[in-house]
Design a protein around this ligand. Structure first.
Ligand SMILES: Nc1ncnc2c1ncn2[C@@H]1O[C@H](COP(=O)(O)OP(=O)(O)OP(=O)(O)O)[C@@H](O)[C@H]1O
Length: 284
């Protein structure tokens, strides 16, 4: 179990605010952090990684204390067993793919780990290439492989798939899902993409202004809701033209005929679907 209980002052756009998080992540869970820009998702990942210091808090990972401010325990990032992947790949440009991975390997560690990860992430044909010749998706695959070299207890992913095209995104999602299962990882993913969260995560933490608004399965957090006694579904527009709109909700694609209300909707908009009359309403 990973226990996180932290408080950190943040300088938010609207003035000073605070990150106040109290959460437990089961081992081998796949948790998505979801919430508006500035909610504190990246700050939380950086605190788990040891890159940002909270004023107060405890982080305990499988019985080991990584942080306990009251006892003045604060393991540096290199002593916390984490893998980190950000949207920008942060690869060393002067090193080949294989060298980028070898660099992350601890001294005296078995180099076969690098070969294994090159195979798992399908990088065999690119192992001797430098990053500048790789596509965005390939670079992200290298960044993921590199994050896994030290066999992390927690894999932290900060919108790693947001800069790649849709087809690459789906391929990388599939790989991530397999790797998470094969390597029995505990993964935390920041994502704004509801279909992606449905596909990958078994838990969602919805954050706003530094606090947890809601935590549960994707279906609990995005799924059926009651609003003034009426059932509504939360979904995302997958397709929109003059005659029909398709909404992804609860893992299903729901076609809705266009109406005056749906006129301005575009792909990616979050909507609520009112079950009684299938009317749509755009969410902010
Ligand atoms: N080191 C820091 N000290 C204080 N405040 C910070 C620090 N780093 C970031 N902040 C502030 O904390 C707030 C939350 O930022 P954060 O990047 O964690 O949000 P986010 O939910 O990840 O947003 P996005 O979805 O846009 O990436 C921002 O207003 C930011 O300015």
């Amino acid at each position: 179990m990973i226990k996180i209980s932290i408080q950190k002052k943040l300088h938010m756009a609207g003035g000073d605010g605070a990150l106040n998080i109290d959460v437990e992540l089961p081992v081998q869970s796949f948790t998505a952090l979801y919430g508006a820009s500035g909610a504190g998702k990246t700050s939380l990942l950086r605190i788990i990684a040891g890159l940002l210091q909270p004023e107060q808090g405890i982080i305990e990972v499988n019985g080991k204390i990584w942080l306990n401010t009251a006892k003045k325990i604060n393991l540096p990032p290199q002593k916390r067993n984490i893998g980190l992947v950000f949207q920008d790949y942060a690869l060393f440009p002067n090193m080949t793919v294989e060298e980028n991975l070898l660099y992350a390997l601890p001294a005296n560690a078995n180099k076969s780990k690098v070969q294994q990860l090159i195979e798992i992430t399908g990088l065999q044909n690119l192992a001797q290439q430098k990053p500048q010749v790789l596509s965005g998706g390939q670079k992200q695959r290298v960044a993921l492989a590199r994050a896994l070299v030290r066999q992390p207890e927690i894999l932290l992913l900060d919108e790693p798939l947001s800069a790649v095209d849709d087809a690459t995104r789906i391929n990388l999602q599939n790989e991530l899902q397999l790797i998470h299962q094969q390597l029995k990882l505990t993964t935390v993913l920041v994502s704004h993409h509801i279909p992606e969260i449905y596909k990958l995560a078994n838990r969602v933490i919805r954050m706003d202004q530094g606090s947890i608004l809601q935590a549960g399965t994707p279906a609990q957090v995005f799924g059926l809701h009651q609003q003034q006694g009426k059932l509504i579904l939360i979904g995302e527009v997958l397709f929109a033209d003059d005659s029909r709109i398709e909404i992804l909700a609860q893992g299903n694609i729901i076609p809705i005929p266009t109406s005056a209300q749906t006129h301005s909707l575009k792909v990616g908009d979050k909507v609520s679907i009112h079950a009684a009359d299938l009317s749509l309403q755009k969410l902010s």
